[in-house]
Design a binder for this molecule. Structure first.
Ligand SMILES: Nc1ncnc2c1ncn2[C@@H]1O[C@H](COP(=O)(O)OP(=O)(O)O)[C@@H](O)[C@H]1O
Ligand SMILES: [Mg+2]
Length: 332
């Protein structure tokens, strides 16, 4: 049993600095399951404070070095961070069957599930900005502390619409300490979110790779589509390496205008995204990682800050490519 830090959230901290035990909690429903762990809602009996309990099964851990590594990294990194947009870890409780991570509870859902419910799987630009700004803020904080996430994707961002769209970055199983000028070699992440260097299985800059993945997230939020996709991984990676993406056409606008008898011929490349937002995406999708904007600089971007005047056309983008994916890790 191991205390990570004394938290202001010590509402549920046991008296006399006693380490928490699993029996101090009422364990409730399953709220999520990942590759190596299950996540349950739990309530600290004495304080009635609700937490999320991420449970790693020791039988699974003992057989799977990747799971052990993932858990080790998650604990190591989360015990060093404290930011409103990064999921907080209160405590680790080691029991006979499980390693239990007692975490802050987010009552929302993953961005993937959030946009899945929306028509055309996209959000209005104002809402995208509120969410994106918080992701950038959390990542800028991590990068400032020389931590890279390495598996940013819709599934690993939680958003609580009932709490002002508060965003929490989760899942630090691939995260690692890495300085801004350092290169990494572990081939990991989720294919659609990989940057050109990772996709080439070259050494890559972890900070720049996180920024690229944030670009993929932003693109999906504003368009409902993936910026880079392919039927086969080779095809996908070729597109990523070319850093060529196309904003989807405004099909609904076109149909609407046609129905209204408009003479205006809407070109197929006409887009639904504001120029200011497109500029953010352009600064991110630079194939050469040294040319890519940093998370810190993104915080100063007018669109991200919300000081630019823009108007997003509210249209439906039809069709699209599936956007859920699995993470992979293997050594080069
Ligand atoms: N602190 C939390 N609050 C609420 N739900 C969570 C929390 N942490 C994880 N979840 C849910 O559990 C799922 C799996 O968690 P995650 O950390 O991504 O596990 P894995 O490392 O196995 O992918 C998430 O997609 C999310 O739905
Ligand atoms: Mg996950």
């Amino acid at each position: 049993m191991h205390f990570l830090y004394t938290i202001d959230r010590n509402k549920f901290r046991a008296p006399a600095q006693q380490p928490l035990q699993l029996k101090d909690f009422s364990i409730g429903i399953l709220i999520g399951a990942g590759a190596f762990a299950t996540v349950k809602r739990a309530v600290h009996k004495e304080s009635q404070f609700t937490v999320a309990l991420k449970q790693y099964d020791k039988r699974h851990l003992s057989k799977d070095p990747n799971a052990q590594e993932s858990l080790h990294k998650e604990i190591l990194i989360l015990s060093q961070v404290d930011h409103p947009n990064v999921m907080g870890l209160f405590e680790v409780i080691d029991t006979r069957m499980n390693v239990n991570l007692v975490m802050e509870m987010c009552n929302g859902k993953s961005l993937y599930h959030y946009i899945k419910k929306k028509e055309s799987m996209r959000l209005p630009e104002d809402e995208c900005r509120i969410i994106f700004r918080q992701i950038v803020s959390g990542i800028a904080y991590l990068h400032e502390n020389n931590i890279v996430h390495r598996d940013l994707k819709l599934d690993n961002i939680l958003v609580d619409p009932q709490d002002g769209h508060r965003v929490k970055i989760i899942d630090f199983g691939f995260s690692i300490k890495s300085a801004a000028d350092q290169k990494l070699s572990l081939f990991c992440g989720t294919p659609h979110y990989m940057d050109p260097d990772i996709s080439k299985k070259k050494d890559y800059n972890g900070h720049a790779a996180d920024v690229w993945a944030m670009g993929v997230i932003l693109f999906i939020l504003v368009t409902g589509k993936l910026p880079f996709f392919g039927d086969f991984e080779q095809d996908l990676f070729r597109k990523i390496q070319g850093a060529k993406y196309v904003f989807p056409t405004s099909q609904q606008l076109k149909d609407q205008q046609n129905a209204m008898g408009s003479q205006r011929n809407i070109r197929s490349e006409e887009v639904v995204v504001s120029p200011e937002c497109k500029n953010v995406i352009r600064k991110i999708f630079q194939a050469e990682s040294s040319m890519r904007v940093t998370a810190k600089d993104l915080l100063e971007d007018p669109w991200v800050k919300g000081i630019s005047a823009y108007s997003a056309l509210s249209t439906t983008v039809q069709g699209g490519q599936g956007i859920s994916d699995v993470s992979i890790a293997s050594n080069l």
